[in-house]
Design a protein around this ligand. Structure first.
Ligand code: NAD
Ligand code: LMR
Length: 327
């Protein structure tokens, strides 16, 4: 049986993250070895020459599953009939920029792209927002793309989830695949809460082995919260290889399903007292075919509640700032 190609739009396609991501998409590492892929690549006009070089490399990769590639600076062409949209393109944070400045630069981009996505993408398009501030950009996108079901829009916190898995494994000197039960709550920012209170290794609880409340608060949580900044300090650029790998994981889980709990920023439905209207990272179950369920009924202890409340407050404030800037 011939499988029809899936159309994947990637914005910011000449940037660092996309440079790692595009070969994974073309090689079948995301949607499987039977699924051909059509790539629609969006860039701003000054980056089109660099994008042309990336496209040369994609063709030189001779990927059997790569059906066709379109490169453009026109969002209406890039989003046309997209089944999946990976929104990586964003204005980068420059030295001295406050979060509000970053919002001011990026909100108009996501508002414009929302209109184009709404008009031109498949009505079933699944969107993952990567460009920062990712949760609030996703909120803006949802607000200006009224025909796309909100459940089809998400923001990436899988990188934080993977960082948490990897840190548990490294600290206990166990294989990363033996770790389970971790999740990320809240914003993809330094207020995020990497929750390891229910972490297990080979099904055995390990919170006490990781030091218990005091050491986890002093060392483990800040390590994850500041990991992005540490990578920037070391590399001079933000994480790209690990971000691309996390996008691949996020999409694979979302589309193909996942047998363990992962983390995704999704529209809050009021679970755990998080107000509706923000995109909040929750522990989720990916049931396959794009169906995602927030894991309900977790008992939240006082320690975790303080962190969850703090990251929620940051997101509420970002939402207010974004709405004021958009007026
Ligand atoms: P980069 O600067 O290397 O690439 C971004 C690309 O986006 C550039 O090529 C730029 O020309 C393009 N671009 C800018 N505005 C655009 C627009 N309106 N339409 C289309 N393309 C546009 O940056 P990067 O390292 O690839 O990171 C991209 C974004 O991802 C940043 O905002 C970064 O902070 C964020 N990020 C998020 C996570 C996460 O886990 N959510 C992790 C790492 C990085
Ligand atoms: C990361 O988590 O690595 C990035 O979001 C950091 C950044 O500010 O780009």
């Amino acid at each position: 049986m011939t499988v029809s190609p899936i159309t994947v739009c990637v914005t910011g396609a000449a940037g660092q993250i996309s440079y790692s991501l595009l070969s994974m998409l073309a090689a079948g590492n995301v949607f499987g070895p039977e699924q051909p892929v059509t790539l629609h690549l969006l860039e701003i006009p000054p980056a089109l020459p660099a994008l042309a070089g990336v496209v040369m490399e994609l063709l030189d990769g001779a990927y059997p599953l790569l059906h066709s590639v379109t490169q453009t600076a026109d969002p209406s062409i890039a989003f046309a009939d997209a089944d999946i949209a990976v929104l990586v393109g964003a204005f980068p944070r420059r030295a001295g920029m406050e979060r509000k400045d970053l919002l001011q630069k990026n909100l108009p981009i996501f508002k414009r792209q929302a209109h184009a996505l709404n008009e031109h993408a498949s009505k079933h398009v699944k969107v993952v927002v990567v460009g920062n501030p990712a949760n609030t950009n996703a909120m803006v996108l949802a607000a200006f793309a009224p025909d796309i079901p909100r459940a089809n829009i998400s923001a990436l916190t899988r990188l934080d989830h993977n960082r948490t898995m990897a840190q548990v494994a490294a600290r206990l000197d166990v294989p990363v695949q033996s770790v389970a039960g971790v999740c990320i709550w809240g914003n993809h920012s330094s207020t995020q809460y990497p929750d390891i209170t229910r972490a297990t290794v080979d099904n055995a609880p390990v919170f006490d082995k990781l030091g218990g409340f005091e050491i986890v608060a002093r060392d483990f949580i800040p390590t994850i919260q500041k990991r992005g900044a540490e990578v920037i300090k070391a590399r001079g650029f933000s994480s790209a290889m690990s971000a691309a790998s996390a996008i691949a994981d996020h999409l694979r889980s979302w589309v193909c399903g996942e047998d363990h709990i992962v983390s995704m920023a999704v529209p809050s439905d009021g679970s755990y007292g998080i107000k509706e209207g923000v995109f909040f990272s929750f522990p989720v179950r990916c049931m396959g075919d794009g169906v995602v369920e927030i894991v309900k009924g977790i008992e939240i202890d006082e320690f975790s509640k303080r962190y969850i409340d703090a990251t929620a407050e940051e997101l509420y404030a970002e939402r207010e700032e974004a709405l004021a800037l958009l007026e």
